[in-house]
Design a protein around this ligand. Structure first.
Ligand SMILES: NC(=O)c1ccc[n+]([C@@H]2O[C@H](COP(=O)([O-])OP(=O)(O)OC[C@H]3O[C@@H](n4cnc5c(N)ncnc54)[C@H](OP(=O)(O)O)[C@@H]3O)[C@@H](O)[C@H]2O)c1
Length: 309
């Protein structure tokens, strides 16, 4: 593991629920933080990033702030290590392409850690809609506003490439693409604060529908998601990105309530998928494919550009 912050801690909790996977080494840029994290979780603390890559490991989980994802992912893949990289995998489409080029050259597994599709509820929903369909979705509405950020945190720091679109909007971008297909056009409005986007409202046009979504760092949003199709609609209750309940409403008046609680904090499901791919010698996830990562950051790039970023 590279990084020893919040998500790194949550990853450790999740890993207890992943059979056959073991976290052995950690490195983060501050030696004392690395040491403390390693002691707390029973890991080897590496003295340098190079020492981490020289360790007897199969894969590296990148848990640092987004502007450093590319550098660490590329270096790890050049050493032949598979990479599970936190979202957003890159801070722009060109940067992502430079990472994917190395994954291709080295023929190593690279996956962006976009967790929602691996949750039990999300999988249950897909299965349910395959059995009792609502038709091809043509509209998605979602949003996430979390007002527990504040000035001084990386999310509010332009130099650390903060902002709501990269931090949160990447999830909504995923949802829209997952149900409506590749993006075609993007319109975005928003508010800047301290140079970063504190709020963005996005309309994205996709292969077979339109999405309306928002993300914000200074408002308390609802966090549910609506997916509409010709014969019915789905509401995934908030927070839809850590889903556990959903309701399918059919045009004929029926409603079906789906419930699927998750364990381990939720990162464990994407990690289990990543480990299965690694064990099978795969180099790309069929769920969070390289094209999915491209489309997600493309929508965010275009939204950021529309806001003048
Ligand atoms: N999947 C999810 O559910 C989820 C949830 C939250 C966050 N995330 C993602 O996870 C990543 C980390 O978020 P977090 O909440 O864990 O942040 P955090 O608590 O601030 O931790 C960030 C970690 O990255 C390190 N770091 C920051 N900038 C770095 C750089 N330039 N080079 C090397 N290390 C650097 C920090 O080291 P120092 O202590 O030395 O600064 C710290 O170890 C972000 O990309 C975020 O989008 C994902």
């Amino acid at each position: 593991m590279v990084g020893a912050g919040n998500i790194a801690r949550r990853f450790v909790t999740g890993l207890e629920h992943v059979d056959g996977a073991e976290l052995t080494h950690v490195w983060s840029r501050r030696a004392e933080a690395t040491q403390a994290f390693a002691e707390q979780h029973g890991l080897s603390a590496c003295g340098s990033f190079e020492a981490l890559l020289d360790a007897d490991i199969d894969a590296v989980y990148i848990a640092t702030a987004h502007p450093s994802h590319a550098e660490y992912s590329i270096a790890a893949m050049r050493k032949g290590k598979a990479v599970l990289c936190e979202k957003p995998a890159a801070i722009s489409l060109p940067e992502l392409e430079s990472m994917l080029a190395v994954a291709r050259e080295q023929r190593v597994l690279f996956m962006e850690a976009m967790k929602p599709p691996f949750y039990p509820l999300y999988r249950r929903l897909r299965e349910h809609l395959a059995e009792d369909p609502i038709g091809t979705p043509n509209f998605v509405r979602a949003g996430c506003g979390v007002s527990n950020y504040g000035p001084g945190l990386p999310e509010f720091d332009l130099e650390r490439v903060g902002g709501s679109l990269l931090d949160i909007g990447i999830y909504e971008s995923f949802l829209a693409i997952d149900w409506l297909g590749a993006p075609r056009d993007v319109q975005a409005f928003g508010r800047l604060g301290g140079g970063v986007d504190v709020f963005a409202s996005v309309n994205s046009v996709h292969e077979h529908g339109v999405a309306q979504w928002y993300c914000g760092l200074d408002l308390h949003g609802r966090g549910d998601a609506l997916i509409c199709a010709p014969h019915g609609n789905v509401t995934i209750d908030g927070p839809w990105w850590n889903p556990s309940t959903a309701t399918v409403s059919y045009k004929d008046g029926r409603t079906v309530r789906l419930e699927a609680p998750f364990v381990g904090g939720g990162l464990n499901y994407e990690t289990a998928h990543f480990c299965e791919l690694l064990a099978q010698g795969q180099i790309e996830s069929p769920v969070i494919s390289h094209d999915m990562s491209r489309h997600m950051i493309d929508v965010v790039d275009r939204s950021r550009a529309a806001l003048g970023l």
